[in-house]
Design a protein around this ligand. Structure first.
Ligand SMILES: *Cc1c(COP(=O)(O)O)cnc(C)c1O
Length: 353
């Protein structure tokens, strides 16, 4: 693929690594390319970071044709930079694109573009413990017309943001509220696609939970409000009586790359792992009788987020006395160890720059 590179003439100062937060600071450049039905993808370019200019009738502004990805570049102790399973993000983006009638990316070109972009911005990968360079590829429908149909024009962009350690104050288990009113997705809908619309529809429940002192919601299925789906923007796992249980990918759950990686690590270690239906009744019973040993969320941003309390219909249950459990800690150490290159990657997941 031919990528033209236009370097900025006004490099920004690198930020204070102790106050990065999440997604507030952006690097000097961005990757862009455009698509039309006639030309396919064209004009791949790395250009100075700047505002986008789009037509007021652009499809994305009216009909929500938008998908995205999230992955990180990690700085290793030897100073080099690596990515974690980037091809999985590209494949998932193509599955999301298929669902939303957005164009497919060529896997090799998309990987080349991502690596080239990270190479240009690599100095922005922070060095402090737990920090990383968050990469946000996204694609949107960009027809200049109000007609409702599968898009003819689209734009693909990658931006990057140095982000702080999710656990700057140590790993504190979070409090989660089980949502029994709003639903995130239904089978046949867009739950398995990483699209902005899913987030727009999730915010109300998230706000309500936050007001009550909970950091995220645990979603139940959209038909019976009976089966556990995922938590906020993370997949969820439970350890019940020694068995690791996570909801199976039914079409309404986002197939997380962290989820997939956790399952592979656990299976390799010989844990009993089940991807299956898990009803709220089964979970409630396990919370009542003490067989719920651990619970955690998993996703790129936090990697592993231990759950210390679950609230369902006003009733509060402590999980593992509100402390991080043994399996949760093991997964956290293993995945972050591989991602930051502290332990050997026996899975072949990392891609060196
Ligand atoms: C991105 C995302 C996840 C986690 O996926 P990872 O690939 O592990 O980062 C889980 N649930 C939702 C809704 C998401 O958007």
């Amino acid at each position: 693929m031919n990528i033209t590179i236009t370097k900025t003439t006004a490099k920004k100062a690198k930020p204070d690594e102790s106050a990065l937060g999440f997604g507030k600071i952006f690097t000097d450049h961005m990757f862009m390319m455009d698509y039309s039905r006639e030309k396919g993808w064209y004009d791949a370019r790395i250009v100075p970071f700047e505002n986008l200019s789009i037509h007021p009738a652009s499809t994305v502004l009216h009909y929500g044709s938008e998908i995205f990805e999230g992955l990180k570049a990690y700085r290793k102790a030897d100073g080099s930079v690596q990515l974690f399973r980037p091809i999985e993000n590209i494949r998932r983006m193509n599955r999301s694109a298929e669902r939303l009638c957005l164009p497919q990316l060529d896997e090799n070109d998309a990987l080349e573009a991502l690596l080239k972009f990270v190479e240009v911005e690599q100095d922005w990968t922070p060095h402090s413990e737990g920090t990383s360079l968050y990469l946000r590829p996204f694609m949107f429908g960009n027809d200049e017309s109000l007609g409702v149909h599968a898009v003819h024009n689209a734009t693909y962009v990658i931006i990057a943001s140095p982000v702080g350690s999710y656990y700057a104050e140590g790993i504190n288990p979070v409090k989660i509220m089980i949502e029994d009113e709003d639903v995130r997705a239904v089978r046949g809908g867009t739950g398995y696609a990483k699209c902005g619309g899913n987030y727009a529809a999730s915010n109300r429940a998230g706000e309500r939970a936050e007001k009550k002192g909970y950091s995220q919601v645990l979603w139940l299925d959209g038909v019976e409000r009976k089966y556990i789906e995922e938590v906020g923007a993370m997949n969820v796992m439970f350890k019940i009586n020694g068995e690791i249980v996570t909801p199976m990918l039914s079409g309404s759950i986002l197939p997380g790359i962290t989820r997939m990686s956790c399952l592979e690590v656990l299976r390799k270690e010989g844990y009993k792992v089940s991807e299956r239906l898990l009803s709220i009744d089964e979970l409630e019973e396990a919370m009542e009788n003490g067989t719920l040993e651990e619970a955690w969320g998993c996703g790129t941003a936090a990697v592993i987020s231990p759950i210390g309390e679950l609230c369902y219909k006003g009733k509060k249950y402590a999980v593992n006395n509100g402390e991080i459990g043994e399996t949760t800690q093991y997964l956290y150490d293993t995945l972050t160890g591989i991602q930051w290159g502290k332990i050997e990657d026996t899975f072949g997941w990392t891609v060196q720059l």
